[in-house]
Structure formats: C-alpha cells, structure tokens
Design a protein around this ligand. Structure first.
Ligand code: APR
Length: 227
C-alpha cells in the first residue's frame, strides 16, 4: 500500500471558523507571541496565557470538521495515510482520520508543570489557576510553545522519509522544525501544496501547487488520487 503523508496547518481549519496565525486578522495580530506562546510569558502572566487558550478551547467546542478534514479520511480507502498536524485542534480526529500526529500539542489536553509525562484530558474549556496535577503543581496547556523542544519531530521526519505522496495543506511554512519536514521527503515522491496564497517551495522537484482553499482543493485532490 502506498503511503501518503499529509502536513497540515491552521489553514485547513480556517473554514471551520478557527483563526489562522499569520493571515491578516490572524491570532498573532491580536496577541503577542512572547506573551501567550512562550514559557517566559507563562512565568510572567500565567492568567493571560490561560485566558488565551481557554478562548481557543471555547471556540473549538463549537467548531466542526470541514470538507477538507473529511476528504482526507476517504484517502484511507486506498492508502496508508499519516497526518502530521501543527494544529492543536482535534478536527482531524473528529472527522475520522485514524493516524494523526500532533507536533505542537493538543488544546483539549493539559499537563503538569513539573512532570511533562503527566498529561490529562480537560473536561470543558476552562483551565484555571489553582488546577493542579497529582504532584501538586499548576497545570498548563499541553502546547509546544516557541523555544520549547518539539518531542514528536523525529517521528514526523521518519514518516516524511517514507512518503510516496506528500501533501501540504494550509500552512505558511514559517515555523521550524515543522517546515523543515519537507526536506525529508524523498525526491521520488510527488508533492502537493494546497493553499490559496502559496507561491512555491525551493528545492522541491515534483511539486504541484493548488491555489485553492482547503475546503475546495482537498476534496478534488482526494478524488484524483482515489481514481
Ligand atoms: N485553506 C487553505 N489554506 C488557508 C486557508 C484556507 N481556507 N486560509 C488560510 N490559509 C493559509 C494561509 O495562506 C497561510 O499560508 O493557511 C496558512 C496559515 O499560516 P499560519 O497562520 O502561519 O499557520 P501555520 O502555518 O499553521 O502556523 C504554524 O505557528 O504560531 C505557530 O504554533 C503555531 O502551529 C502554528 C505554527
């Protein structure tokens, strides 16, 4: 069975009503990365960080998978499909994809500040100051912040190396090491990039750019690959 590896970013969830980060009106226009997405920001003002992720979680509870998330599930009829997502939402899982690797953490999980292995599912949207792990330390969002290691990156690189087909959807490829995954894709693999604003990828030999929104471009690419 051929292996399809798919790298997704915030753009795939845009049509589900979740904001991207770097588009105009994106999250990083309203919030400073150093305030809400670094360990220093958490140390300076944990309440501000909790508020930011509580708001994201609240929105996620009302969001639904869109046509792009759903189309990727259909690929499993014919291919071994591995999704690698930079997104912290759970829309791929809710659509029904069976193999999803989260590079940047998961919004619906929280973890201990003294022991990274203590990870919990959060009920509802709100994580509060005073919510503690079993070792008595404050719980934090289970999110990979800027400057923190990305524990899943070596596994993701292994998947990229095994790809017969590699599809990139809705990411500005601005953030490393995630963006560097394309360098692991074998030259023999065909690569597709679905993003209304994509221009091209240097050094990639077999690339097809699909300048469409994910909700349009993904179902039609999936139809083609299943033919
Ligand atoms: N369909 C497909 N792509 C879209 C759509 C859409 N409907 N709307 C916007 N896009 C594209 C934009 O053109 C842009 O290239 O999605 C991309 C979003 O880029 P970013 O906002 O930079 O999001 P992402 O690449 O996922 O960010 C990476 O940065 O801040 C961190 O940790 C955060 O995981 C995130 C990482």
């Amino acid at each position: 069975m051929k292996k399809i590896v798919i790298l997704t970013g915030a753009g795939i969830s845009a049509e589900s009503g979740l904001k991207t980060f770097r588009d105009s009106g994106g999250l990083w226009e309203e919030h400073r990365i150093e305030d809400v997405a670094t360990f220093d920001g958490w140390r300076r003002n944990p309440q501000m960080v909790l508020n930011f992720y509580n708001e994201r979680r609240k929105q996620l509870l009302t969001a639904q998978p869109n046509a792009a998330h759903k189309a990727l599930v259909r690929l499993e009829q014919k291919f071994d499909v591995q999704i690698i997502t930079q997104n912290v939402d759970d829309l791929h899982e809710r659509a029904g994809s069976s193999k999803v690797l989260h590079l940047h953490g998961e919004l619906k999980k929280v973890r201990s500040t003294v022991d990274d292995n203590l990870v919990y599912e959060l009920n509802g949207w709100e994580l509060k100051m005073g919510d503690k792990c079993e070792k008595g330390s404050q719980l934090r969002p289970h999110i990979v912040w800027f400057g923190e290691p990305v524990p899943m990156i070596s596994l993701a690189a292994k998947f990229a190396e095994q790809a017969d087909i590699f599809i990139v959807i809705g990411t500005s490829l601005n953030v490393y090491p995630a963006a560097g995954l394309i360098e692991y894709v074998p030259d023999s693999a065909s690569m597709f990039l679905i993003d209304p604003n994509a221009h091209g990828l240097p050094f990639v030999k077999r690339l097809e750019i699909i300048n469409e929104k994910a909700g349009i471009g993904t179902p039609s690419l999936v139809d083609r690959l299943l033919q």
